[in-house]
Write a protein that binds this ligand. Structure first.
Ligand SMILES: *[C@@H]1O[C@H](CO)[C@@H](O)[C@H](O)[C@H]1NC(C)=O
Length: 175
């Protein structure tokens, strides 16, 4: 009798044994581990610590939504900044930013789609495109000329948020 079921029991034990260490880590990614790969770990932890214990894909979804909300509200803010700015050079800068933010919005949408279709490489590429569009806004004017503290800070935050998504995409793809 024992000989009939013990191979099954043995294989279950083996599976459990093999699974304990790696499965425990993949189910509960550590926030500090993820953020140790970030150039601004404190910012990274501030953003995702409230999601401690979430799966990687949920974490990614959460950060992408944060980006989407901020890109959308900043695009709206830029449209009125264009109206209000007086110096032509500044108007041009904000117009350029509004343009780059529209591209960023499309990039965020693409990042979301890639996550949903589990194309993690595509997700990392899309997130880096978002970062590039934001950086194009930031660098469309000489540093220090833009008096909008809000825009400078938002650009930095969005670039930092995009880096979090890239790190998570990298982890999801098994690297
Ligand atoms: C992240 O934010 C910090 C300041 O909050 C900024 O100095 C840095 O340039 C940002 N990182 C990126 C990649 O933009």
């Amino acid at each position: 009798m024992a000989n009939n079921y013990s191979p099954l029991v043995a294989s279950i034990v083996v599976v459990l044994f093999l699974c304990i260490a790696p499965c425990a880590y993949s189910d509960a990614p550590s926030i500090s581990d993820i953020c140790s790969k970030h150039n601004n770990p404190v910012f990274c932890q501030e953003i995702i610590k409230k999601k401690q214990g979430s799966e990687l894909s949920d974490l990614a979804q959460y950060v992408i939504e944060q980006i989407q909300t901020r890109v959308g509200s900043t695009k709206t803010a830029l449209d009125s900044m264009i109206q209000q700015a007086k110096a032509p050079r500044l108007v041009e800068h904000y117009k350029s930013c509004a343009w780059h933010y529209s591209d960023a919005m499309n990039g965020v949408e693409k990042t979301k789609q890639m996550l949903e279709s589990r194309d993690y490489f595509g997700m990392a590429v899309a997130a880096s495109a978002v970062m590039t569009h934001i950086d194009d806004c930031a660098s469309s004017e000489a540093p220090g000329y833009d008096p909008s503290v809000f825009l400078v800070k938002t650009n930095q935050d969005l670039e930092n948020l995009s880096v979090i998504v890239m790190i998570i995409a990298n982890r999801l793809s098994g690297n």
